[in-house]
Ligand binder design. Structure first.
Ligand code: URA
Length: 220
């Protein structure tokens, strides 16, 4: 079950800051962690984030019969939902989502900053055709300035997804990125395992983990 942070209570769902989570953060923040340690440990946190994100979807009553002949008045997720990964780093979260929901549909958005204008530019979007009927878990491990997140949210709302049906799943979040999303799309909810101190001059989070994509894909 996710906690909420003060001030942005409705929007930001921070994973409980347990010793176990802190130990996982310690591994991925360590500059000496090798790729295998980084990938396996980030993957463990990502699964927790996915579970917390699913908790934010609407549930409906669902009864089952137990093997000993009783009815269990249970729950299941009501409306259809899908994942949308923001390439490249968001692809790292697809396996975590699929490990929890094997049949989940996963769309993809590629946004890169235009070197001339410095503005995020949409290169590619492949989304389920019925995305307007779905809730969306928007996957991106790093919410830094929020520029890419806002562009991706814009793609989704442009395809008819109401912002209150979008849940961002971020491993680490900068206050600057959270504020940007809150300001432009106050209905979007965010699940994160850490709200960092701030961004440095190069838009890396502090204390941070460095470049997530490079460490995950081994391109550093
Ligand atoms: N992207 C990263 O990979 N790391 C940061 O700290 C910020 C953006």
């Amino acid at each position: 079950m996710a906690h909420t942070t003060t001030g942005v209570r409705e929007a930001v769902h921070l994973l409980p800051q347990t010793n176990q989570l802190r130990a996982l953060h310690t591994v991925i923040r360590d500059r000496h962690a090798d790729r295998d340690q980084f990938v396996r440990t980030s993957g463990r946190i990502i699964r927790q984030l996915v579970e917390a994100g699913l908790e934010l979807l609407p549930f409906e009553p669902y009864d089952v019969q137990t093997p000993v002949g009783r009815t269990y008045h249970g729950l299941r997720i009501g409306p259809p939902f899908c994942g949308v990964a923001i390439a490249r780093a968001g692809e790292s979260m697809e396996a975590g989502l699929r490990s929890v929901v094997p049949a989940v549909r996963i769309g993809k958005i590629l946004i890169q900053r235009d070197p001339a204008t410095k503005q995020p530019h949409l290169h590619y979007a492949k989304l389920p055709t019925d995305i307007a009927e779905r809730h969306v878990l928007l996957l991106d491990p790093m919410l830094a300035t929020g520029g890419t997140a806002l562009a991706a949210i814009g793609v989704l709302t442009g395809r008819g997804v109401p912002e209150d049906r979008i849940v961002m799943i971020n491993l680490l979040s900068a206050p600057e990125g959270i504020a940007a999303v809150r300001e432009r799309n106050p209905g979007v909810r965010m699940v994160t395992s850490s709200v960092e101190e701030r961004l440095n001059d190069n838009a890396y989070m502090l204390p941070g983990i460095g470049d997530f994509g490079d460490r995950w894909f081994g391109t550093d």
